[in-house]
Design a protein around this ligand. Structure first.
Ligand code: FES
Ligand code: FE2
Length: 425
């Protein structure tokens, strides 16, 4: 039983919140590079961990994250002018560099002491692994670099990163990302009704998914690791073998799902809290050994969620149009009547409300990983409060792991049996 108090601790991420303080000890994926495409391009509004910022790329290509509100009289710096290595507030002309220094105050006398005293709140940034990152925590604890997740280590041709807005708390996203038991049900395809059961109709349509569909009640095994946790979902494959989907949760909000082939492509997510009620869902596809263009099955039209091209990254199909649900499709072709795995996940997570009341759930054995995950996150709060530090945030190298889908003889430990497959050099 997860209490309402524990739920509050888990989901509240704003300034001053216990979980917000934990999350601020990590580098956080903030933007796609396309959002700040070139030097002196227009600044954009950014909201992360309940805090409003403005981001800009200066004349030298450096990225600044500043408080969105001008320290003079609180004008929205989104309307600022990005010019000559600084963002200038258009009201009285105060100009700020990427480090938050005031470099010009045209409306103040040249000798004014304010020129040296005033700063605007700013946060460090980094471009790495196909993303723009931000560190919003105590400077004394700034990790040397972002976590070395495999997709970030590869050439750009070997990865694809998409972003979409989800109008729900980040924890619902993470819980979907580690929830192997929904995969063979929510995302299943169906043959048309013909008297067979739901399960038989799933197997008939997609033999590649047969393990998932034949055994829809996997047994879960969860192991704590230095980066977070390793989750083994075990399904029957034969009298002698089990089929394992082995996936990771990497703190504070990364998930990896199991690939169909050891070559990949792999898929994973970062569930980045915008605030208590909204999340940036970054979806990564990657292949360690070859460019993604060599995977004809990775059909962008199927895996990507089309978003409104106005910078909001809101899916075109969203709660206001019931995610485009097609009841004929639901009857004859798939479980949901919603097109695409990503949108199916978004839709289902949003329907729970922006913050699900976890004290009212009825958890089953298929939810074992989720229970472990919640405890893990609450332990991070304890760690920060008791030691002042989050040890793993300082160790980017421990994130070098990948997921696996593997048939193993019964009796072989899943972590041992798949060890080599999960190692990233
Ligand atoms: S409000 Fe920004 S310079 Fe005056
Ligand atoms: Fe899913």
């Amino acid at each position: 039983m997860f209490t309402a108090e524990e739920n509050e601790q888990l989901v509240r991420v704003g300034p001053g919140s216990a979980m917000g303080k934990v999350l601020r000890r990590y580098w956080i994926p903030a933007l796609l590079p396309e959002e700040l495409p070139e030097a002196d391009c227009p600044p954009i509004r950014v909201r992360l961990l309940g805090e409003d910022l403005v981001a800009f790329r200066d004349t030298d290509g450096r990225i600044g994250f500043l408080d969105r509100w001008c320290p003079h009289r609180r004008v929205d710096l989104f309307f600022g002018r990005n010019e000559e290595c600084g963002l200038r507030c258009v009201y009285h002309g105060w100009k700020f560099d990427v480090a938050g220094n005031v470099v010009d105050m045209p409306a103040e006398p040249p000798k004014s002491p304010m020129r040296d005293e005033v700063k605007i709140r700013s946060y460090p940034s980094m471009e790495w692994g196909g993303l723009i990152w931000i560190y919003m925590g105590d400077p004394a604890y700034q990790p040397p670099r972002p976590p070395e997740l495999e997709w970030g280590l590869l050439p750009a041709s070997h990865r694809n990163i998409q972003k979409r807005l989800q109008e729900n708390n980040y924890a619902q996203g993470v819980e979907g990302g580690i929830d192997s038991s929904h995969v063979g049900i929510l995302h299943s395809l169906l043959s048309p009704p013909d008297g067979r059961t739901f399960r038989e109709r799933q197997v008939a349509i997609d033999p590649r998914l047969s393990f998932l569909a034949k055994d829809t009640s996997p047994k879960f095994f969860v192991r704590p690791t230095d980066y977070g946790m390793l989750i083994g979902a075990r399904r029957k494959a034969s009298e002698e073998h089990f089929y394992w989907r082995i996936t990771q949760f990497l703190a504070p909000f990364y998930t990896i799902i199991a690939p169909r082939s050891p070559e990949g492509p792999f898929a994973g997510h970062a569930w980045v809290p915008i605030d208590d009620n909204n999340t940036w869902t970054f979806t990564m596809y990657w292949a360690p050994g070859k460019p993604l263009s060599e995977f004809p099955d990775l059909d962008a039209a199927k895996v990507n969620v089309p978003v409104i091209p106005d910078g909001s990254y809101r899916p075109v199909l969203n709660s206001s149009n019931n995610y485009g649900i097609d009841r004929q499709m639901q009857r004859n072709k798939n479980s949901t009547g919603i097109i695409g795995i990503g949108l199916q996940d978004s839709a289902i997570q949003e329907t729970m409300g922006t913050i699900v009341d976890r004290s009212r759930e009825m958890l089953g054995s298929g939810d074992a990983a989720i229970v472990s995950w919640r405890k893990l996150m609450l332990r991070l709060i304890d760690e920060l409060e008791s030691t002042g530090d989050i040890a793993q945030a300082q160790k980017p190298e421990i994130y070098r792991v990948r997921s696996a889908g593997i048939v193993l003889p019964r009796g072989v430990d899943f972590a041992e049996g798949a060890k080599d497959m999960m190692t990233v050099a």
